[in-house]
Design a protein around this ligand. Structure first.
Ligand code: 5RP
Length: 278
């Protein structure tokens, strides 16, 4: 069964949205069906992440394959060309670093700034199950209260900080549902087995985050394909693209799975070809 035939796939429900919100959702998730968000926001807590030291150079060859870039205002202003045709999701939660308490985030960017920068959407992390759960959920709720007034969709990021073992289906389904209940228009979460248990209980589109770079390209393409089969609308992936030895080939392969219904075994050929030519 191809992802387009998947009965669990959940197209974006834009009923009742004003034109501005519908238009921004359409830029993020074309046709309300599938999306490839390229995440380059990692510096907001990690500093100069490997292969993202000069974000403009990293993004330049890749942006054309993505529907949206997930980026901070600092990198957007300083490194992303203003004529870019890719939608922008601003990361607006942060104020922490990897040396401290990752969960202790606040909202870092105002609505005015988001409008001034012309972003289509914003992203806020929540750390459910942490000591700062309430604070981060209220960050999300506050952002939604502010941004919905201007027709700007808020994407919730279900983050786990350093507790990577939290990424099981039951936990992620709970986190996604809570974020959607607070009003997030899109929810980003990690891939896990039986992913349909997450998408079926989440009333808004779910995108899959990548996690640390793996050496197994087929594994990445397979979890993306499987997640889409099980109802995800797409991905918000970073390191497995731009830390790859052939980032453009990896971006093309992901795009083939997400937008062209390629099977992982077909899409991997794009990467293998690039490797063979190198
Ligand atoms: C970092 C993020 C990233 O956007 C998200 O984790 C996706 O990137 P990667 O695929 O590298 O994990 O929210 O805080």
């Amino acid at each position: 069964m191809s992802p387009t035939e998947n009965p669990t796939a959940k197209p974006t429900n834009t009923n009742g949205m004003d034109w501005g919100m519908r238009s921004r959702m359409e830029r993020l998730i074309p046709g309300g069906k599938r999306c490839f968000f390229l995440a380059v926001d990692h510096g907001y807590f990690l500093g100069p992440t490997s292969k993202l030291e000069r974000p403009g150079e990293t993004v330049e060859p890749l942006a054309q394959y993505a529907d949206a870039l997930f980026v901070t205002r600092g990198v957007l202003r300083s490194a992303i060309p203003a004529n870019i045709d890719t939608s922008i999701i601003l990361r607006i939660s942060g104020g922490v670093s990897v040396t401290g308490t990752l969960e202790d985030e606040a909202l870092t960017t105002s609505v005015e700034e988001t409008l001034r920068l012309g972003a289509d959407s914003v992203g806020v992390s929540v750390f459910i199950g942490s000591d700062l759960e309430h604070k981060t959920l209220m960050n999300l709720a506050d952002a939604i209260n502010q941004y919905e007034r201007y027709g700007i969709p808020v994407m919730a990021v279900t983050a786990v900080g350093k507790e990577l073992e939290k990424r099981d289906t039951r936990y992620l389904a709970m986190a996604c549902r809570i974020a959607a209940e607070l009003g997030a228009r899109v929810v980003k979460t990690y891939y896990s087995e039986n992913f349909e248990q997450i998408t079926e209980s989440c009333p808004v589109p779910v995108v899959i985050a990548g996690g640390p770079k793996t050496d197994d390209d087929l594994e990445v393409l397979t979890f993306v394909w499987d997640g889409i089969e099980r109802g995800a609308v797409g991905v918000n992936l970073g390191r497995n693209v731009w830390q790859h030895e052939h980032p453009v080939a990896m971006a093309k392969a992901l795009r083939a799975v997400i937008h062209d219904n390629a099977k992982p075994g077909e899409a991997i050929e794009i990467v293998r070809e690039a490797k063979a030519k190198a």
